[in-house]
Design a protein around this ligand. Structure first.
Ligand SMILES: [Zn+2]
Ligand SMILES: [Zn+2]
Length: 344
């Protein structure tokens, strides 16, 4: 028995194709004795459920034998015997890479891929694969890892700075951002993103710090004013504001009641320079360049009392509020806006 075992070991380690079980290529006698040997030894790829071995002639000496499965070999239908390619996966990959690095082959491949139908097919294939989450994940991971290689990053950055690449990129993202699907998707995403508590906190903190930076407030004001000057000069905007102010004047005329500057000043003092509404916590009016920022608020909205004889424009119907509260209240009556805390 020890003799038999060592003999089998010898047979097994010899790089001949004689470990393949089911021996149609062996004489019955030989197959029989071999199979016996294999079963008796610790062969990892014998006829005990493991796949047979296959030799890759390109691998280095001593590492040529791999299990004859698609894990180690690409499929090749032209190989009638086992349907696997002659070379192992690794060797095939190496060969393909080497071939691709030859300038003329590279150019040929590029030329081929530039054909519209090939391009379309590739694109479709890629999209299909990209829809599989595992593929997308693997690819993202691969690219992230590659991007950490300094020379790759330099190359990518250099490439992306080329004017034609930038132009192409701009054009593409412009086109994309105009497609309805993208807009819908982005709108949804952005809304969701902005509602995340951590994002909201972060934004609030950032904005507060930003406005407190020296000169920012003035600069923004300047910017808005200059923008508004241009904006208000647009013909359609001029028309719009004319119509708006006219309807407003007409409403005011139709709605009785008057007030004077002095009355507003009195009201300001009565309100202790604070907003009339609870929504902002009766916030103190902001003071910019010696002036309080507030708005004259019609407690009974002009747009809704029109046609009645309520003197909504009278000082007794007016309060002063911060711009935010005025905007939030809109054209609601006080009792329709509980946040204001003024259920008259
Ligand atoms: Zn190989
Ligand atoms: Zn307020």
């Amino acid at each position: 028995m020890p003799k038999l075992a060592s003999h089998a070991d010898l047979c097994y380690n010899k790089p001949i194709n004689n470990v393949v079980p089911g021996g149609t290529r062996h004489t019955p006698g030989r197959t029989h004795s071999l199979e016996k040997c294999i079963v008796n030894t610790v062969s990892p790829h014998a006829d005990n459920g493991n796949p047979p071995l296959k030799r890759c002639p390109n691998c280095s000496e001593g590492q040529q034998w791999h299990p004859a499965t698609t894990e180690y070999f690409y499929r090749d239908k032209s190989h009638k015997k086992d349907g696997l390619s002659t070379l192992c996966r690794e060797c095939r990959k190496k060969q393909a890479t080497a071939r691709y690095h030859q300038p003329e082959v590279h150019e040929q491949v590029r030329e081929y891929r530039r054909q519209p139908e090939v391009k379309a097919r590739d694109c479709e294939l890629h999209n299909k694969r990209y829809q599989q989450p595992e593929f997308r994940e693997a690819r993202c991971k691969y690219q992230r890892e590659r991007y950490h290689i300094p020379e790759v990053r330099t190359r990518v950055l250099e490439y992306s700075r080329l004017p034609e690449v930038q132009a192409r990129h701009n054009e593409r993202s412009c086109k994309r951002s105009q497609s309805p699907e993208y807009k819908a998707w982005y709108g949804e995403y952005h809304r969701e993103y902005c509602q995340r508590p951590e994002v909201r906190t972060h934004k609030r903190i950032w904005a507060r710090d930003y406005y407190r930076r020296p000169g920012v407030y003035g600069r923004l004001r300047e910017y808005h004013n200059s923008y508004y000057r241009i904006y208000s000069l647009r013909p359609e905007q001029q028309l719009r504001s004319r119509v708006k102010s006219r309807t407003r004047i007409a409403r005011k005329r139709a709605i009785s009641g008057t007030y004077t500057v002095a009355q507003i000043q009195e009201q300001l003092k009565r309100q202790h320079y604070r907003c009339y509404y609870a929504a902002c916590g009766y916030a103190k009016f902001e003071k910019v360049q010696g002036k309080y920022i507030y708005e004259i608020e019609h407690t009974f909205p002009l747009s809704r009392v029109a046609g009645t004889d309520i003197p909504a424009n009278d000082i007794s119907y007016l309060v002063l509020s911060c711009p935010k509260c005025n905007g939030n209240k809109g054209n609601k009556y006080p009792w329709e806006w509980p946040e204001g805390g003024r259920l008259l």
